[in-house]
Design a protein around this ligand. Structure first.
Ligand SMILES: [Zn+2]
Ligand SMILES: [Zn+2]
Ligand SMILES: [Zn+2]
Length: 283
C-alpha cells in the first residue's frame, strides 16, 4: 500500500486561515514547505481518506488525479475532513473521464452533510454516479478489484454530536491503522481491534498529534505525543504491533508550534515519523 499524506494540519490549517499569531506569521514567512493543509490521505490510486476544502489544492500541488478515485472513506463530518460541495463538479461540463460510481463511506452525519451541501447545485446526471454508504462501528466493508481492500470502522473519541470513526485498512497482508481525528482509544476498543486482528500485526500507525508536546489526557478529542506513546504501549501489550511497525504523527494545530524544529525534536524523543504535506509511506 502506498499512503500519501496530502494534508497534515488541523481544521484551521497551518498557517491558519484567519490568524496572525507568531507561529502563523513565522510559517507564512518560511513558505509552503512548512505549511500543513487540511487532513487528507490518498491510498494507492483509487482510495482516499477524507476530502477537505484543500483537496483541490492537493490535486494541483501533488498531481493527484481524482478521476481515479472510486472509494472515499470519511472519518467524520467536520468541514476539515468533508467538504461535500465539490462533488457537484464530478461530471457534466465540469469534469470528464470519471468512469463509474464514486462511493463515499461515512457515518449518518456525513450522509446528511452530503445532502445539505450538494442540494442547491447538484445535477441528476452527476448525482447518479455518486453514492453514500453508511458505516457502522466494527462492521467491516470490502471494495476494490476482487475486494482487495477491507476497512474496519473504529469508534473514535472525537465528537458528542456524531460518532466519528478511525480506520483499519487491510490490503493482502498489509495493514494501516489511521487514528485521526481521535483522542485516546479506550482499552475496550483496543481489545476489540486486537480480537479482530486475531494475532496479525499492523504495519503502519498514523496518530492524531494535534497537541504535539501538550497532552490531551484520557478524555480529549485529540492527542499529543504523550497520548500517542500511551497508545503505542497498549498496542504492544495487546500484540497488535511488532518491532517492525512504523508510526507517523499528523493533524497539527497552529496552537502547538508545529515548526520543522519542533517536529524534528518530536521524532528524536519519541521515534515517530512526523508527517508533512506530500509525505509518502509504503508498506
Ligand atoms: Zn480534523
Ligand atoms: Zn495562528
Ligand atoms: Zn473533527
Amino acid at each position: 500500500m502506498k499512503i500519501r499524506y496530502l494534508g497534515t494540519g488541523a481544521a484551521e490549517g497551518v498557517p491558519a486561515m484567519f490568524c496572525n499569531c507568531e507561529t502563523c506569521k513565522k510559517v507564512r514567512a518560511r513558505g509552503e514547505n512548512e505549511y500543513h493543509t487540511r487532513s487528507q490521505i490518498y491510498v494507492d490510486e483509487s482510495v482516499c481518506i477524507d476530502f477537505p476544502a484543500d483537496a483541490y489544492l492537493h490535486s494541483v500541488r501533488f498531481g493527484v488525479d481524482y478521476t481515479k478515485l472510486k472509494h472515499l472513506i470519511i472519518t467524520h463530518s467536520h468541514c476539515d475532513h468533508f467538504y461535500a460541495h465539490e462533488f457537484i463538479l464530478r461530471g457534466y461540463k465540469y469534469g470528464y473521464g470519471n468512469e463509474g460510481t464514486l462511493t463515499i463511506y461515512g457515518n449518518a452525519e456525513v450522509k446528511k452533510v452530503f445532502e445539505e451541501c450538494t442540494r442547491r447545485e447538484m445535477r441528476e446526471d452527476v448525482k447518479k454516479n455518486l453514492q453514500v454508504v453508511e458505516l457502522k462501528a466494527f462492521e467491516p466493508v470490502s471494495f476494490g478489484e476482487a475486494n482487495e481492500y477491507t476497512v474496519l470502522p473504529i469508534p473514535a473519541q472525537h465528537s458528542k454530536a456524531e460518532q466519528a470513526f478511525v480506520f483499519l485498512i487491510e490490503k493482502g497482508e498489509k495493514r494501516y491503522l489511521h487514528l485521526t481525528d481521535s483522542g485516546r482509544l479506550s482499552r475496550e476498543i483496543i481489545a476489540r481491534i486486537a480480537a479482530y486482528l486475531n494475532g496479525k500485526t499492523v504495519n503502519l500507525v498514523a496518530f492524531d498529534c494535534t497537541f504535539l508536546f501538550a497532552t490531551g489526557g484520557e478524555v480529549s478529542r485529540h492527542m499529543g505525543l504523550e497520548d500517542n506513546l500511551a497508545m503505542q504501549r497498549v498496542f504492544e501489550e495487546f500484540g497488535m504491533v511488532s518491532s517492525n511497525t512504523q508510526y507517523v504523527i499528523t493533524h497539527y494545530s497552529h496552537n502547538n508550534l508545529p515548526l520543522v524544529e519542533t517536529l524534528k525534536k518530536a521524532q528524536k524523543i519519541y521515534g515517530f515519523q512526523p508527517a508533512f504535506d506530500g509525505l509518502i509511506m509504503e508498506i
